[in-house]
Design a protein around this ligand. Sequence first.
Ligand code: FAD
Length: 165
Amino acid sequence: MSKHDPYGTPTKPDSNCRTCTDFKFWSKQQRQIFQKADNPTEEKTEKAPAVPQGCPLDKIALGQATWGLLHTMAAFYEDNPTDNQKRDIKTFLEVLSRVYPCEHCAKDFRKDLREHPAQVNSQYEFSQWLCKFHNRVNVKLGKQQFDCSKINERWRDGWLDGSCD
Ligand code: FAD
C-alpha cells in the first residue's frame, strides 16, 4: 500500500517495509491488521513461505538474492587482481553496506566490515573472506554454518557428485 503526499507524488511506505522484516512476519502483521482468524497450529509448523512470483522482495528473498550475487562475484573474481579491481570490490562492499535496503542488516554489515576488512588479494582470499562473513550472519541468525572448503563447489564449479550438471 503506497502512501501519497498531498501533491499526489507516490512516496515510500514507512510502516510496511518488507525488506526490514521477513515475509512470514510481515504477513502475520497484515493478518493482525485485517483481524483475520489464524490457525495457531498451522502457524507453528509453517515454513517461511517464498515470496510469490512477481511480488516485492522481503528480507529473506533479498538476502538470498544478494548472497547469490556476492558469492558469484567472489567465485569469478581474478586470481591476480589489479589494484583497480581490488579497489572496485572494496568500494562496492562499502557502498552496498550503506545502501542495503534492510536498515538493521546494513548497520551490522558496516560494523562487520570495520572489524573484518574485506580481503580481496585473490579469488581464494575473497571467496573465503565472504564465506566467513556470511557465516557470521548465519551465527547471528541461529543458522547452520557453511563449510567454506566447499565454496567453489557451491558457487562456481557445481557439486562434485554432478548434481548441478
Ligand atoms: P541464505 O543465508 O540467504 O544463503 C543462501 C545460500 O547460500 C544458502 O542456501 C547456502 O547454499 C549458501 N550459504 C549459506 N551460508 C553460506 C556461507 N557462509 N558461504 C557461502 N554460501 C553460503 N537477515 C536478518 O534477518 N538479519 C540481518 O542482520 C541480516 N543481515 C544480512 C546482511 C547481508 C549482507 C545479507 C546479504 C543478508 C542479510 N540477511 C539478514 C539475510 C540473511 O542472511 C539470509 O539471506 C536470509 O535469512 C535467508 O536465509 P537462507 O537460510 O535462505 O539462506
